[in-house]
Design a protein around this ligand. Structure first.
Ligand SMILES: [Zn+2]
Ligand SMILES: [Zn+2]
Length: 289
C-alpha cells in the first residue's frame, strides 16, 4: 500500500494488477472506504478497518475478495448489482450461458461464484462524505452497464477502473457491454480533466492524461478500420471476421476468448450498420459500402 495523496492509499494488486486481479484504492476518513476488492489477499489487513466498500462494476476481477468485508456496507450501481448478487445474474450480464463456464472459473483461478449482499445502489453524482475527503460517483457505462468511476474531489483524482489505459484498449465483450457508450464515457472522463488517474489494471497516470485517453479511445476507430479493411477485400460473416483475430491477437485455443472476440466484433458491426458504412446481405454476409 502506498499513500499517493494525504488519506488516499493505492493498493497494488497481485499479478501487477493484471487480470484476474485489479488495483484498489483505500480512503481514510470518517467511514474508511475501499474501492474494489480485486487486489488480492493484501486486502486482508484492511478488512477490519473498512466501513464501506464501493464496487466499480460486477466483473469478478474487481469483486473477488468481497467476502473479506463482512462488516462493511457494500455499494454498486443498480445495473451491475445482479452480477454480484446471484450466479444467475452474473451469467446473464456476462452472456456466459453460451460458453463453457468451468473453463472460465479455471481461467480466473476461482472455484465458483460467491454471492454478495448489496446494501446500497450507486447513482451518478452520489457523494461519500469522509470528512476531509469527498468522493463523487461517476457513472461511466460501456464496459458494463453500471460501470462507475470515483472522483476524489480534493485532489481531482479519478479512479476510472476499467477505462484502464492498457495497450489492449477498451474491452466490451459481454452482451451487456456497449462500445458506443464506452466512447462517451472516455469523452466524459477527458472533459473532467483529472490531475491523477488511477485505473484497475495499469500504473497511475499523472502526465499527458488527455493524450493517453485519446490514444485509448482511438483503438475503437482502429478496430472499425481493421474490420472495414477485411470487408473491402471480401464480404464476410461474423464468424469469419472473428477468426481474423482483430481484437485478441491470440485466442490461445480458448473458447471464452473466441466468444469475447465475436461479441466485440459484433458490436462494431452493429455500429457500422447504424452509420451505414456496411450492409448485411440476406445470407448473413457483411459488405463494405
Ligand atoms: Zn471489467
Ligand atoms: Zn478489470
Amino acid at each position: 500500500m502506498k499513500e499517493i495523496r494525504p488519506g488516499v492509499w493505492f493498493v497494488e494488486a497481485e499479478n501487477k494488477g493484471r487480470y484476474p486481479y485489479s488495483h484498489s484504492l483505500y480512503l481514510k476518513g470518517a467511514g474508511n472506504l475501499l474501492i474494489d476488492t480485486g487486489a488480492g489477499l493484501v486486502l486482508e489487513e484492511l478488512a477490519a478497518k473498512t466501513e464501506q466498500v464501493v464496487l466499480s462494476h460486477y466483473h469478478r476481477d474487481h469483486v473477488t475478495f468481497n467476502y473479506l468485508f463482512k462488516g462493511a456496507s457494500i455499494s454498486i450501481h443498480r445495473e451491475d448489482a445482479p452480477g454480484v448478487e446471484s450466479l444467475e445474474g452474473f451469467l446473464r450480464l456476462s452472456g456466459f450461458d453460451q460458453v463453457d463456464i468451468e473453463a472460465y472459473w479455471k481461467m480466473i483461478r476461482q472455484i465458483d461464484f460467491s454471492a454478495t449482499k448489496v446494501d446500497r445502489y450507486l447513482v451518478d453524482g452520489d457523494y461519500f462524505d469522509l470528512g476531509r475527503l469527498k468522493v463523487r460517483v461517476l457513472h461511466f457505462p460501456g464496459h458494463t452497464p453500471g460501470h462507475c468511476g470515483f472522483l476524489v474531489e480534493e485532489y481531482n483524482l479519478i479512479y476510472a477502473s476499467d477505462i484502464d489505459l492498457t495497450a489492449f484498449g477498451p474491452w466490451y465483450g459481454n452482451p451487456s457491454s456497449d462500445h458506443d457508450q464506452f466512447r462517451l464515457s472516455i469523452r466524459r472522463l477527458r472533459d473532467l480533466k483529472p490531475e491523477l488517474l488511477v485505473t484497475g489494471h495499469n500504473t497511475m497516470v499523472a502526465n499527458k492524461i488527455d493524450q493517453k485517453l485519446a490514444a485509448y479511445e482511438a483503438v475503437l476507430d482502429q478496430r472499425d478500420e481493421a474490420i472495414l479493411a477485411v470487408l473491402k477485400e471480401k464480404p464476410a460473416t461474423l464468424e469469419q471476421l472473428a477468426a481474423k483475430k482483430i481484437i485478441y491477437r491470440r485466442h490461445f485455443d480458448q473458447e471464452i476468448l473466441r466468444f469475447f472476440e465475436k461479441s466485440m466484433i459484433n458490436k462494431h458491426l452493429e455500429s457500422l450498420l447504424k452509420r451505414e458504412m456496411i450492409a448485411k446481405s440476406e445470407e448473413g454476409l457483411f459488405v463494405a459500402l
